[in-house]
Design a protein around this ligand. Structure first.
Ligand code: OOG
Ligand code: MG
Length: 272
């Protein structure tokens, strides 16, 4: 991977490819097959990709971390924590329904969401996570890599806005004690497809708050009061199929759910 930041025209060209893949629900080749880009260039592409969503009248919703759990990082073969941008069009109502046709090859994963209680200027804050978040909720992320076969290297997945595609947020509750070891149960159609602990997220999901604030400053992402922060998956992701009910419950925080419309199984059909 080279270290310099690519020209604006290359950044825009790579962002166009990723945006077109998302808009047409057609997977594309990994950027790394044709370009050796630095991590800084990958984040510049990510910003341009998110910028296209904002230009289509979405607004910033929050940020997300990726690969904060070891099992999740092992699933995808990437071991560095990454940050991505959530926009309003990604929000799926708790109890809502999604259509597979809106995605390429979507997967869901169980997460925790935090809500920022105040605006934070880059580099301004260096204290306790509990001073800047006022609420926590059980959540799920819908990830949908724009790359064929859901395969990527670190720069690819960063440029692709960390596969961010959907966020389902349960009921907000005040931050309580003992968030570092809550049971997480991830189910499809009432069958357990993942089980674990919030400890899987950096040992304590509150660490995801501090990591996210640090990384947001590094990559010029604005943090304001109300910003949602997805802390990262507690277990590996599962592929979504039509007609499936998906839910995550976190001990003491309740349950969040959504369904996939239809009855036919076509997941992954857009890979060619
Ligand atoms: C990248 C996103 C990883 C998480 O929670 O670890 C992520 C991917 O797996 O496609 O969102
Ligand atoms: Mg995630």
């Amino acid at each position: 991977m080279s270290t310099h930041v690519a020209t604006d025209s290359l950044v825009e060209d790579l962002a166009s490819r990723l945006d077109a893949a998302a808009m047409t629900r057609t997977a594309c080749a990994q950027l790394s097959q044709s370009h050796k880009i630095s991590l800084d260039t990958a984040y510049a592409v990510q910003r341009a990709v998110a910028g296209r969503r904002l230009a289509r009248c979405e607004h910033p919703l929050g940020i997300k971390l990726g690969f904060t759990s070891r099992t999740k990082a092992a699933q995808m073969g990437v071991s560095e924590v990454i940050i991505g941008r959530l926009t309003s069009g990604m929000l799926v109502a708790d109890g809502g329904e999604i259509n597979l046709g809106d995605y390429i090859h979507p997967r869901a994963e169980p997460e925790l969401a935090f809500r920022l209680s105040r605006d934070l200027a880059p580099g301004e804050w260096n204290g306790q996570a509990t001073d800047i978040v006022d609420a926590v909720a059980p959540a799920m992320e819908i990830i949908d890599s724009r790359f064929r076969d859901f395969r990527f290297d670190l720069a690819d997945v960063v440029a692709d806005n960390t596969s961010a595609s959907g966020a389902v947020i349960g009921a907000w509750r005040p931050i309580g004690e003992g968030l570092d070891n809550r049971g997480v149960l991830f189910e499809t159609d009432g069958r357990i497809v993942g089980a674990g602990s919030t400890a899987a997220i950096l040992g304590d999901p509150l660490r995801a708050v501090t990591a996210a604030v640090r990384m947001a400053a590094r990559y010029q992402i604005t943090l304001s009061a109300g910003t949602v922060l997805l802390a990262g998956a507690a277990t590996p992701a599962v592929a979504l199929r039509a007609g499936t009910a998906v839910s995550t419950s976190v001990s003491g925080l309740g349950r969040v759910r959504f369904t996939v419309a239809g009855s036919d199984s076509l997941a992954g059909a857009n890979d060619e």
